[in-house]
Design a protein around this ligand. Structure first.
Ligand SMILES: [Zn+2]
Length: 228
């Protein structure tokens, strides 16, 4: 089945990332990968808690990271990106990251400040930003540049993704400098807050047309009353 048949892309739209398919199937291969890496992370985290083994916790973190890259890559390469898959991915990420971070903090209380700041940012600010793509006819946040280039660049470009989710964790694990990790988490929170404010000013389309560009255009320039 071709990409446009699968997603029912609006005729003539031509943008990759736009979708008219709002009701979708759950059992795509990328979604199976998402479920597998999520269950794997939860099981490894549980084993780490029971055994008190830091290596198992590291394995849980790697299972999440590698699996998160793999499901997204598989979805893009096989043209099986879906809105349900994007939402599943966002929710699975929050569960995995919360479990790993909270488990880590119980044995490393010194990390409470960067961990708390990071979780607030990731679970509340970043989650609501990431789910906002559903206000437009978008397949996922990876195509948010069709609506707003700045919010996209700050949050979902490859560099932004790496810094937003990985940097704080790496600074804690590699340097142990909690003040630096806290500062970094606060800086990311600042970027998220700015993005939220910018997002709040974006006009939201009343109906989804099947093309995110048309959605953004119709919301920005609502139909004017016919002139006499
Ligand atoms: Zn389009």
């Amino acid at each position: 089945m071709g990409y446009s048949q699968l997603h029912g892309v609006a005729a003539g739209c031509g943008h990759r990332g736009c979708t008219a398919a709002l009701a979708e199937i759950w059992w795509t291969a990328p979604n199976v990968v998402t479920w597998t890496r999520t269950v794997g992370t939860v099981v490894l985290c549980g084993a780490a808690i029971v055994a008190g083994d830091q290596l198992l916790l590291l394995a849980a973190l790697l299972c999440y990271w590698v699996g998160d890259i793999a499901d997204g890559l598989l979805a893009r390469l096989s043209n099986r990106e879906t809105r349900t898959g994007a939402v599943l991915d966002v929710l699975a990420d929050r569960l995995c990251v919360c479990l790993v971070v909270v488990t880590y903090v119980t044995s490393h209380p010194a990390a409470i400040l960067p961990a708390g700041t990071f979780l607030l940012q990731f679970v509340v600010l970043d989650a609501s930003l990431t789910l906002a793509f559903r206000n437009w006819s978008l397949l996922s946040p990876n195509y948010f540049f069709l609506v707003d280039a700045t919010v996209f660049r700050l949050n979902w470009s490859p560099v932004a993704k790496a810094i937003n989710t990985g940097a704080v964790v790496l600074v804690v694990l590699l340097t142990g400098a909690m003040w630096l990790a806290t500062l970094l988490a606060l800086a990311v929170s600042g970027v998220k807050t700015y993005s939220m404010a910018r997002l709040a000013r974006l006009p939201v389309p009343a109906t989804l047309s099947g093309c995110a560009v048309l959605d953004a255009h119709s919301a920005a320039a609502p139909a004017r009353a016919p002139q006499a």
